[in-house]
Design a protein around this ligand. Sequence first.
Ligand code: SF4
Length: 207
Amino acid sequence: MNKATEIVKILKETYPDACCSLDFKNAYELLIATILSAQCTDERVNIVTKELFQKYKTPEDFANATLEEMEEAVKSTGFYRNKAKNIIAAAQVILAKFHGEVPQTMEELLTLPGVGRKTANLVLGDVYNIPGIVVDTHVKRISKKLGLTKNDDPEKIEYDLMKVIPKENWTDWNHLLVFHGRAVCNAKKPECMICPINHLCDAYNGG
Ligand code: SF4
């Protein structure tokens, strides 16, 4: 078993409930929640989307919203001007080009305003069951500590991880590291002594 596979196995045993911590009922809701999650906690996003998804239920609702009302609705997630603009524009593109459905390929998802590889991989993995590695702040930090990548660029990290992590675990990788980052491998104060994967971690073993 290679190192990454062993790490996945231990983390799955440690965090059997690891899953996406954003609340959503369909691809479109996850897309919007992920746009809102940039520089914001999932907890805060879930509070905002609870009301947002009651008021705006379809891509048409979002596409027809005014910028001012959308800014007000997402204000507390930070960077709200850009987020509001992207949410409305993404809805308009989804209606104009994709018959109101969130597309199911990386290439098409990347044509939506405000959608990068991180958001696209999250939607592909968590809604459409198409494996993808989401590189967020937890994945970037912990994958480097473990010695699975030396890169800083998210796209390069994604490709490094794709080489060592079994494809069936690509979507789980993000959820597992988010849970591990919150429970043990805290950015400021990692609890390495009690970490179940410390024997596999380059940072802990002086690598
Ligand atoms: S050993 Fe320490 S740095 Fe390495 S993954 Fe565990 S908590 Fe993080």
